[in-house]
Design a protein around this ligand. Structure first.
Ligand SMILES: [Zn+2]
Ligand SMILES: [Zn+2]
Length: 393
């Protein structure tokens, strides 16, 4: 049995403890205390708190070499868990429904493995247990902008478990991997009135419905088919009762892109549709558009090395080149400061409960994925090397 396999029960125990005690972004006080206490039981790590609810462990290796940053996010979501297993969330309305409990357990495992053999480690390994991935502007941005975490970092990596991939499968790709998740909030202002006399009112629900439909036209008719753009209106709130036409309708949605130029162009395209539809029907509007996380664009040489590491550590049968996804991630904040690559490890099994989508009240992990994740990140910590030709190779 190798050292990662020997750690299997511990990985599961960490993950289940975290799963039972979830906390949402910026409130991860117990979570951070637990992580810190576990890290302090390991020898040779310098453990600090860069922010109130994030934890950093630094290991100085026994050999000269580069500085690598490994990242796990630690926050949960405001979701009421519907799983019934014993280690389900003990906190009403809060749940680890994205797998960050798994990410945290994996990085604790890597810290343990590295701390047992510092002589194997070239340079320095920083392990950041990052708060608030799920809440924009995100914990990563705060760590990058307000602390010296990234100072001297040569390369950064991290992983997300993925319930839509078979457990144990590792996927990596160079270049565009995850989209920029921008958001819009739209208030349509009509004129209220009696439900029996719409001719005396300006019905914001009817106008809003047109806006929703026409926004899909932006995607299908104003943007080239191969330029990825998603516009989803995800909330539509208006009205109070059956015989009153309300004054306003409030809509929210998300806009996803990879391409920076299209990302800048999207708000204008959207506003043109909103303005046109509202004007056509005598309504006015207030549109707020917010840019969220940057897209995750993996550095080519880092992705290539991770692929090589995967082929050697998990084997060809457990590796695939990744497909880009329209999901967003604040891992992109680290990539502004250092080369790096983000990758996925499958955590879904058939037939089993672990295929539920992320952010679903029944989401869970096939815990075999913890071992794969730890194996990959441990190997990356030991083997990622900055190419001779410099960081832009
Ligand atoms: Zn999530
Ligand atoms: Zn997540």
């Amino acid at each position: 049995m190798d050292r990662v396999t020997a750690l299997r029960d511990q990985l599961v125990a960490w993950r289940r403890h975290l799963h039972m005690h979830p906390e949402v972004g910026f409130e991860e006080h117990e979570t951070a205390a637990y992580i810190e206490a576990e890290l302090r039981r390991m020898l040779g790590l310098t453990v600090t708190r860069p922010t109130a609810t994030s934890v950093l462990a630094v290991l100085k290796g026994g050999k000269p070499g580069r500085t690598v940053l490994l990242r796990a996010d630690i926050d949960a979501l405001p979701i009421q868990e519907e799983n019934t297993f014993e280690f389900r969330s003990q906190r009403a309305g809060v749940m680890h429904a994205c797998g960050h409990d798994g990410h945290t357990a994996i990085l604790l495992g890597v810290a343990r493995l590295l701390s047992e053999h510092p002589e194997e480690v070239p340079g320095e390994v920083r392990m950041i247990f990052q708060h608030a991935e799920e809440i924009g502007p995100g914990g990563a941005e705060e760590l990058v902008m307000a602390t010296d975490l990234m100072q001297g970092v040569d390369v950064v990596t991290g992983l997300h478990l993925n319930s839509q991939l078979p457990a144990g499968l590792v996927v990596v790709k160079p270049g565009a991997f995850m989209a920029a998740p921008d958001t819009l909030s739209l208030t349509i202002k009509g004129k209220g009135g009696h439900g029996a006399h719409p001719e005396q009112a300006v019905d914001p629900i009817a106008v809003g419905a047109q806006v929703v439909t026409n926004l899909q036209h932006v995607v299908s008719r104003h943007v080239a088919a191969l330029d990825a753009l998603v516009v989803s209106i995800t909330t539509f709130q208006s009205g109070t009762t059956h015989n009153v036409i309300p004054d306003t309708a409030v809509l929210q949605g998300t806009v996803r892109t990879f391409d920076p130029e299209l990302r800048q162009r999207a708000p204008g395209l959207i506003e043109r549709v909103v303005k046109g539809v509202c004007e056509a029907h005598g309504a006015t509007y207030d549109l707020k558009y917010e840019f969220g996380y940057r897209p995750v664009i993996n550095t080519d040489w880092v992705a290539a090395q991770l692929k090589e590491i995967a082929l050697e550590t998990v084997g060809e049968e457990h590796y695939q080149d990744a497909q880009p996804t329209m999901g967003g991630e604040d891992f992109s904040a680290y990539l502004e400061k250092a080369p790096g690559a983000y990758f996925n490890v499958g955590s879904g099994s058939d037939p089993a409960d672990s295929r539920w989508p992320h952010h679903h009240p029944r989401f869970t992990l096939d815990e075999a994925s913890l071992e794969t994740g730890a194996r990959m990140l441990h190997a990356a910590a030991l083997r990622l090397t900055v190419p001779e030709s410099g960081q832009q190779a």
